[in-house]
Design a protein around this ligand. Structure first.
Ligand SMILES: Nc1ncnc2c1ncn2[C@@H]1O[C@H](COP(=O)(O)OP(=O)(O)OP(=O)(O)O)[C@@H](O)[C@H]1O
Ligand SMILES: [Mg+2]
Length: 231
């Protein structure tokens, strides 16, 4: 579904991503791991088109997207749940979800009931300001907002960061369901190893802007963990 080839990226003169090759299939959860500052968020920003890649290619369902601006990539089926959630604090839950509808290719402008069924708390708090929700509720809203765009590929940047265990579990179940029942490609940036082991099919490990290990999650070795993931 999502293919990345020989991707390079620079912040000004400083190279941040080096020759990235990744393949994120539909119906699967692919995890991108790595310590703080190795380039995980930078990679997602390159995929979304928030940052312009220096060279390489990114394709979505066989179509190149690297030349497209972020809004067109969203229309093409990419959605990002950003690190820190980035909820609009002065907009209500409903209004935050409505913003997500902008990305839809079918121009439907009604919040899909499926979002409220997936995250019932959002239905209860429709009229509440995003800024008044707890961290875990905001994370559900951020995922709901991304789903409102009816994406083919859902990118999530450390969705478990600062979230309590029962919500982490809910998020894990939702992601597995989206992959299985809707055939989405889920791209999960995550440092919480137990969560990765529980839900991801395959993994890539980044270190200093390079892929240093990859494989199926069942084969994620202690050696890789201690070399590239433990602090
Ligand atoms: N806007 C920017 N301008 C210049 N350098 C940046 C910018 N954003 C990030 N960097 C640098 O690029 C590198 C990768 O940062 P990035 O945010 O992608 O890391 P990360 O893996 O997401 O880290 P974390 O786990 O802390 O979220 C870091 O060295 C960071 O300092
Ligand atoms: Mg990050």
């Amino acid at each position: 579904m999502l293919e990345i080839q020989d991707l390079n990226f620079h912040y000004g003169a400083v190279q941040a991503l080096y020759g990235i090759n990744m393949s994120m299939p539909a119906g699967q959860i692919t995890c991108v791991m790595g310590r703080n500052g190795v380039g995980k968020t930078t990679l997602l920003k390159n995929i979304m088109g928030v940052e312009s890649s220096s060279s390489g290619s990114i394709s979505l369902g066989g179509q190149p997207v690297l030349g497209l601006p972020a809004n067109k990539r969203a229309r093409a089926g990419l959605a990002l749940v950003p690190q820190g959630r980035m909820i609009f604090p002065k907009l209500t839950v409903e209004e935050n979800l409505t913003v997500g509808l902008e990305a839809r290719a079918d121009r439907k402008r009604v919040i899909p009931e499926m979002i409220y069924e997936t995250f019932p708390i959002l239905a209860n708090f429709r009229k509440r300001n995003g800024g008044d929700l707890s961290g875990g509720q905001q994370q559900q809203l951020a995922i709901g907002r991304a789903l409102a765009g009816d994406p083919k590929v859902l990118l999530l940047d450390e969705p478990t960061e600062g979230i309590q265990p029962n919500i982490i579990q809910l998020i894990g179940e939702v992601l597995q369901k989206l992959a299985k029942e809707r055939n989405m490609a889920i791209v999960l940036v995550e440092q919480y190893l137990d969560f990765v082991r529980e839900i991801a099919n395959s993994f890539y490990v980044l270190n200093r802007g390079r892929v240093v290990a990859s494989g199926v999650t069942a084969e994620l070795s202690e050696e890789v963990v201690s070399q590239h993931l433990k602090v």
